[in-house]
Design a protein around this ligand. Structure first.
Ligand SMILES: Cc1cc2nc3c(=O)[nH]c(=O)nc-3n(C[C@H](O)[C@H](O)[C@H](O)COP(=O)(O)OP(=O)(O)OC[C@H]3O[C@@H](n4cnc5c(N)ncnc54)[C@H](O)[C@@H]3O)c2cc1C
Length: 379
């Protein structure tokens, strides 16, 4: 087999995690090769399918909350650098979010959430039914209030992933698309070659950023990595005047509606453990239609513009995302298993792992995401 490259870092997988890591490593001057079996951010990867809400994870454990805060700090500068180097606008906006309440009994818990936002310096306030309708005229008459967070970000996921890959390339990375990795050859505690359909890559360090496919890729190394696919069906609708546009991100327990700069509203998303079943189903689309109608009744008469799905990389044992070195191997790391929050954490996770791989102390500890803590080992 021919050699296709000898980078310091070979990153397998061009979803948001692989692309963010490639970007931050290349920006720091490292020699990086990114290997994506398809096109970056294309179906059925999770990243291009995402609704791309970038929430602050105030109800999550501290380690995840702090990474979401770091992402909020990084995004404006990241968007500007990507725009300048690649000409791609990632569609970063701050539409704010409204967590709707349909029952007064939801209020005490939501008020405790407001305190958590305040604790990290973010504005959040309780709006009564009339105030909700003032900023979001289309919501259901059944809505009795909600928590308004003006600082919530959103972006356009397909452009974001493409821009990260192009940004990595602009900083010197080699980005190979349409090039599946077919195997990993191990010698002792090292992976010596990454095998592709075109030839082998001999890298100093190999990173698995293979999303929902990570369980399969880990098996090549004899590892049992508990990450697999969770199907998310999702839909974009376009309102027609005189229907009011959705203005902020609306959410409740079951799902969300996200306004996009092109005038559509994205309604998401199902969470289905159906293996690699890549179909759109009446059950899934019916769920989305019902959700849209439940939040904003006039959306029942909007135009369906697009329906699609992606496979979220789910920790099948409910553990945290895995970010860090794989125990038992001296030159392999992983960045995967972010389930429904991967866009939210991407900038932080990519920059922190890049710092760690370069031998720096990461700005935030990655210890909570250490694969060793999840009992994963190739020893
Ligand atoms: C419908 C939906 C809505 C979502 N909404 C949100 C949201 O609003 N906010 C949020 O934060 N997150 C959201 N998410 C979750 C988020 O999209 C994911 O957590 C994130 O995209 C995971 O990124 P990843 O890079 O780990 O995986 P992926 O994007 O799946 O990328 C993995 C890549 O690895 C490649 N690959 C696999 N095996 C190989 C191989 N052998 N050789 C080469 N390449 C390989 C795949 O082709 C793929 O491109 C949503 C997800 C879905 C499906």
């Amino acid at each position: 087999m021919n050699a296709v490259g000898r980078p310091d870092f070979a990153i397998i997988g061009g979803g948001v995690m692989g692309c963010a890591l490639a970007y931050y490593l290349a920006r720091a001057g490292e020699r990086v090769m990114l290997l994506e079996q398809s096109r970056v951010g294309s179906a059925p990867s999770a990243s291009g399918a995402s609704a791309a809400i970038v929430n602050l994870l105030v109800t999550a454990p501290d380690a995840l909350l702090h990474q979401s805060l770091l992402t909020h700090q990084l995004l404006p500068e990241l968007a500007a650098d990507l725009q300048e180097r690649t000409g791609i606008d990632i569609g970063l906006t701050r539409p704010g979010s409204l967590r709707l309440a349909f029952d007064d009994r939801e209020r005490p818990e939501l008020e405790s959430v407001i305190e958590r936002y305040a604790a990290v310096g973010y504005d959040a306030e309780w709006l009564d039914a009339q105030e909700v309708r003032t900023i979001e005229p289309g919501v259901s008459p059944r809505v009795c209030g909600g928590v308004y967070v003006p600082g919530t970000y959103s972006l356009y996921a397909p452009h974001y992933v493409r821009a990260l890959a192009a940004g990595a390339a602009a900083h010197g990375a080699v980005v190979r698309q349409g090039l599946p990795v077919t195997g990993l050859r191990r010698s002792g505690d090292r992976v010596v070659t990454v095998e592709t359909v075109e030839g082998r890559v001999e890298a100093g360090h190999v990173v698995l950023a293979t999303g929902a496919w990570t369980g399969m890729v880990g098996a090549w190394l004899g590892l049992d990595v508990p990450i697999g696919p969770q199907r998310g069906q999702i839909m974009a609708v376009q309102t027609r005047p005189p229907q009011p546009h959705v203005r902020q991100i609306l959410s409740h327990e079951d799902g969300y509606i996200v306004p996009k700069p092109n005038g559509t509203a994205v309604v998401g998303a199902t969470r289905e453990l159906v293996g690699w079943d890549g179909r759109l189903t009446p059950g899934g689309l019916g769920f989305l239609a019902k959700l849209a109608h439940h939040f904003v009744p006039t959306l029942a008469e909007s135009t369906v513009k697009h329906v699609w799905y992606g496979f979220r990389p789910l920790r099948l044992d409910d553990g945290p995302p895995l970010v860090g070195p794989l125990p038992g191997l001296s030159n392999v790391s992983i960045i995967a298993g972010h389930g429904p929050i991967g866009i939210t954490l991407s900038a932080a996770a990519g920059s922190l792992l890049a710092q760690s791989l370069r031998g720096e102390e990461p700005q935030l500890s990655l210890a909570p995401f250490d694969p060793a803590r999840s009992g994963i080992s190739a020893a």
